[in-house]
Design a protein around this ligand. Structure first.
Ligand SMILES: [Zn+2]
Length: 568
């Protein structure tokens, strides 16, 4: 049955032309038809790429079907936003042409569309565009965009305006979104692992990659972004412990990656994943804090939050609008150095000296261009010597940002010869490994962190023994990890829904006797309180207290060491 034509002008058409007798697609048919076409035909390079990743045929088919359904729903939701008269057809046409062009450049040049790529494209001149034109580009455009463009523009105006349109679009958007959520939940397991390991795939998803890139580039140019950060701790100064000090303090703050408290030997895990830390604890100077909560379930939220003066509930989990702990330490006159063995400091270290292990890779520790965490300890004395001498003479705060237990390639986080738990999962498709192999690979990464912290502690205690510094170490992980519990893998579940494994993180602290005396710390007191709840909220205030930096920005109530310190 043809749908009745709702418009007066169209009724006239019905009498006058044969074309009008053709069934006019409702908006829903057009939106979903286009979404399906864009998702499937507009992403041929993506499907080809996933097909080439290996794994069983069934595994690949499930991935492609799941991702295809997810993309269809997301594109439909996007199209519903633009389903207005005089808006829909131009917008849909642009999306079709963009998907065709993207497909061509992915297939031909292996490039993917991300914000940097789009920014580059926007700066391309006519000559460069002409160089890229070819008959095969035209062919790709015809293949991806030809048929749907013809279907789209041959229809008479098929969208009515007014309030009915608002209702239809809202209902369409809601339905697309609901289907998106259901599809995402059903295919989370396989897709999360896939996306984490092949980050470029997300930039291959046409045409959403371009919509995302355009939004990102536009947002970056908004004047709001140019607004300077709010200053924090402008009154910061060093306390009385720095007057006539015998040795400058040196604190090493290790930001762990993806370590969960549950698999930490010190927290009573059935396996001894932390034998070295256990020895340091037996030695009497290391305290394990067993009840620590992360601020977020991913690095981008947790790392800035760890250094924020704001607690999680105050907005520490939001993109930073103000300075952080490192700015305050530097303002007080201390030397600060960030050493990164990961994908960067998420803006935290922008205003303090920072180095990346990948900039000068140590061959023995950086096989295949990716460094083991021990690379951060290489040449550390020389790195310290290079810091501003006047600041260094007052005191130093070093930050090491670990690769830790970053998944899904857990096996890559520990070197051969340092793997106590075998056999381990060596595949990045986590659900394809046995549970035991998966846990083995993860536990090996925790054991390697134990080894790394052991080396760091040896370095710190040697500097203390040589009388060069009063040293200390604080280690805390950024968030935890799911290893298949409740069908969940990796991390990043919205905080309110996140399982314990993703937010319960390990934390330890170690102090040389010199630093203990400076801060008036009682280790017996700390040990007695070590099972009390703490969180990333405490880090900003605790480090300022430990380093005796006086500022109104520090809240003594959030200083985890204050109850056991005579300094205050
Ligand atoms: Zn992380």
């Amino acid at each position: 049955m043809p749908t009745p034509f709702p418009f007066p002008f169209a009724r006239a058409l019905r009498f006058s032309t044969a074309a009008a007798r053709v069934r006019v697609p409702r908006a829903a048919a057009m939106v979903w038809g286009l979404a399906l076409w864009l998702a499937l035909v507009g992403n041929l390079p993506l499907w080809q790429r996933i097909d080439g990743l290996g794994g069983s045929l069934g595994y690949r088919v499930v991935l492609i079907a799941g991702l295809g359904a997810l993309l269809t729903c997301a594109i439909a939701a996007l199209l519903w936003l633009f389903a207005w008269p005089r808006v829909f057809r131009p917008v849909a046409s642009v999306l079709l042409v963009v998907a065709g062009a993207n497909s061509y450049f992915m297939w031909r040049y292996g490039v993917v569309m991300d914000p940097t790529m789009l920014a580059n494209t926007l700066h391309t001149d006519v000559r460069e565009v002409r160089d890229l034109m070819s008959w095969s580009l035209l062919g790709a455009l015809l293949l991806v965009a030809g048929l749907p463009l013809w279907a789209l523009w041959r229809q008479p105006r098929f969208l009515h305006g007014g309030w009915r349109r608002v209702g239809h679009n809202a209902a369409g958007l809601l339905a697309a979104f609901a289907l998106l959520v259901v599809t995402a939940l059903m295919s989370y397991q396989g897709l999360a692992s896939l996306m984490r390991n092949h980050k470029d795939l997300r930039y291959m998803a046409n045409p959403l990659n371009s919509v995302y890139a355009a939004t990102w580039v536009a947002a970056e140019r908004l004047p709001r972004q140019a607004k300077p950060l709010l200053p924090v701790g402008e009154d910061a100064r060093l306390g009385a412990s720095y007057d006539h000090q015998a040795r400058p303090p040196l604190l090493l703050l290790v930001i762990g990656e993806t370590a969960r408290a549950q698999n930490f030997g010190l927290n009573g895990y059935a396996r001894d994943t932390t034998p070295a830390l256990a020895r340091w604890r037996a030695g009497g100077d290391l305290v394990n804090f067993s009840q620590v909560r992360s601020c977020g379930t991913n690095t981008l939220v947790s790392v800035p939050c760890l250094f924020s003066p704001l607690s999680r509930t105050q907005g520490g989990n939001q993109p930073a609008d103000r300075e952080n702990l490192l700015d305050v330490l530097q303002r007080a006159g201390l030397a600060v150095l960030w050493i990164d063995n990961q994908a960067g400091c998420k803006g935290v270290c922008n205003r303090v000296p920072h180095v990346y292990t990948n900039d000068q890779p140590v061959p023995a520790l950086c096989p295949g261009g990716e460094c083991l965490d021990a690379a951060m300890l290489d040449g550390l004395d020389a790195r310290l010597e290079a810091l501003d001498p006047a600041r260094r003479a007052r005191g130093v705060v070093l930050v090491m940002h670990q690769m830790g237990s970053h998944g899904p390639a857990y096996a890559a986080r520990s070197p051969d010869g340092a793997k106590p738990f075998l056999p381990e999962c060596r595949s990045n498709a986590l659900p394809e490994c046995s549970q035991q192999e998966l846990v083995n690979a993860y536990d090996n990464s925790i054991a390697y962190t134990d080894r790394f912290l052991d080396q760091a502690l040896q370095w710190l205690s040697a500097r203390a023994a040589q009388g060069r510094n009063d040293t200390g170490l604080v280690y805390v992980s950024d968030h935890g990890e799911s290893l298949g519990e409740n069908g969940l893998y990796l991390h990043g579940v919205p905080y309110a829904l996140a399982p314990d494994q993703q937010t319960h993180v390990p934390m330890v602290a170690w102090f040389s006797s010199g630093l203990r005396q400076r801060a008036g710390l009682s280790l017996d007191c700390l040990r007695a309180r070590s099972a009390e709840p703490l969180s990333h909220d405490n880090v900003f205030h605790t480090v300022l207290g430990l380093m005796d930096v006086r500022t109104g920005a520090r809240e003594p109530a959030l200083d985890a060491l204050a109850p056991c310190s005579s300094g205050g």
